[in-house]
Design a protein around this ligand. Structure first.
Ligand code: AMP
Ligand code: MG
Length: 410
């Protein structure tokens, strides 16, 4: 049985070692709707200006350009017809106005658009005309071509997250695909003789496998491809066969195991990774929860994350050590690998009497108050279920009620 190093390494070093092993995936042209949650593989330059032509910002009337301006009380003869979005408009000449709607091209010869609420129109008068109720300026309510974006301008940077708003920017440029590394293909293996899938009755001494849906949910949030899942007893032969099957199916390149990564008689994950030809990159991290965490790399470009089985440990290890690696594989910009912390005001007093940095599970409310929730032990599920932020507490650190802190939303 391989032994973990006598002193676990710091979490920051663990993350550095993991990131040094996992390069960004090769990029492919992916259809826009499949790019949500992925990252752009190269800078995206605008092909067209935006707006592509001068257009109206309001429903109202296009007013012919005049050097005298557009004072309150001035009257304009309304031409027959209209300018609607999607159709080209006529040109207008001095003193004329044309009914126009938002998004319609500005007619040639127009200098401003008057909002319909700002004009008096007398449809009874034989000469259909309007009178301005207030002063207007040249160019008012005209969206100029290129005022938002010029052709050639960088619209999105390489490594940018492809949020819905980023996808809409791509579509506005007429693109149907974007270059991104495709989602990594990830398998999950839970191990434990005590585990029974939810939905099945519990024999004495058994517990439901709650980490499988935890990890499925976390992977879904991470926008990766779930290549397969399996639950296995703590038996070497079946672990080896199951892990081998998971790693061979659906081009699985990352296997995340949960449980059995410590040094007990029923913990076989360290043995398993060696048996499958992986090289251990690290085993043991100075963090709480999550100390037995293991990471191993295979020469054929596959990676193995061994998470501890306690639910809070699996959760914290995923956020701190797995998710940044998945983002790097997906081509995220370096500054996006670790999510930004946000300010909060602490409710209650906290103290870390242990010798490892502690990631406390807590809840941050809409007013910015953070409170640790439930038991802060690694098996505790109640607090985990209500946790929406993690607080890092260094060894010996104490924090008093009301202190301004920063927390990581999860
Ligand atoms: P292990 O990491 O295998 O030593 O497990 C540590 C603790 O986590 C034990 O109390 C296990 O019963 C529990 N555990 C392990 N795997 C799971 C799982 N998939 N779902 C819920 N609890 C688990
Ligand atoms: Mg176990």
């Amino acid at each position: 049985m391989p032994q973990p190093p006598p002193s676990p390494i710091e979490e920051s070093e663990a993350l550095d070692r993991i990131l040094a092993c996992i390069p960004a995936g090769d990029s492919e042209e992916l259809v826009l709707e499949d790019c949500a949650g992925l990252y752009l593989a190269r800078d995206l330059l605008a092909r067209y200006p935006s707006p592509p032509f001068d257009c109206s910002a309001m429903d109202g009337y296009a007013l012919a350009h005049t050097a005298e301006g557009y004072p309150a009380g001035s009257t304009w003869k309304i031409l027959a017809g209209e300018g609607a979005a999607g159709s080209p408009t006529e040109h207008i000449t001095a003193g004329q106005a044309l009914r126009i709607f938002t998004g319609a091209p500005i007619p040639e010869g127009a200098g401003a658009v008057a909002m319909q609420e700002d004009v008096d129109r007398d449809p009874q008068s034989p000469a259909d005309s309007l009178t301005l109720r207030c002063d207007y300026r040249e160019g008012e309510y005209v969206r100029r071509a290129g005022s938002d974006l010029c052709a050639g301008q960088v619209l999105l940077r390489r490594g940018a997250p492809l949020t819905p708003q980023a996808l809409s920017a791509g579509a506005s440029q007429g693109l149907i695909t974007l270059p991104c590394p495709p989602p990594p293909r990830v398998g999950i293996l839970t191990t434990g003789n005590e585990l029974v899938p939810a939905g099945q009755p519990l024999p004495p001494g058994a517990i439901h496998d709650s980490n499988l849906p935890l990890l499925q949910g976390l992977l879904r949030q991470a926008h990766v491809h779930l290549a397969g899942t399996a639950q296995c007893r703590d038996e070497r032969d079946s672990l080896k066969a199951t892990a081998h099957r998971l790693l061979s199916q659906d081009n699985c390149e990352i296997l995340i195991s949960c449980g059995g990564v410590s040094v007990g008689d029923h913990d076989h994950i360290a043995w398993l990774t060696k048996e499958l030809g992986f090289t251990t990159v690290l085993w043991g991290v100075r963090m709480k929860p999550g100390k037995p965490f293991l990471f191993a790399a295979h020469p054929h470009g596959k990676w193995f994350f061994g998470l501890p089985g306690n639910p809070a440990s699996a959760f914290v290890c995923f956020h701190r050590l797995v998710a940044p690696a998945l983002r790097q594989r997906m081509g995220a910009a370096p500054e996006l690998l670790i999510p930004p912390r946000i300010p909060a005001t602490l409710r209650g007093n906290l103290e870390n009497r242990g010798d490892r940095p502690h990631h406390l599970r807590g809840h941050r409310d809409a007013d910015g108050f953070f409170q640790a929730v439930g038991l802060q032990q690694s098996h505790a599920i109640a607090g985990l279920a209500n946790c929406n932020a993690l607080l890092h507490l260094a060894p010996e650190q104490t924090l008093a009620d009301g202190t301004t802190i920063t927390v990581t939303p999860v």
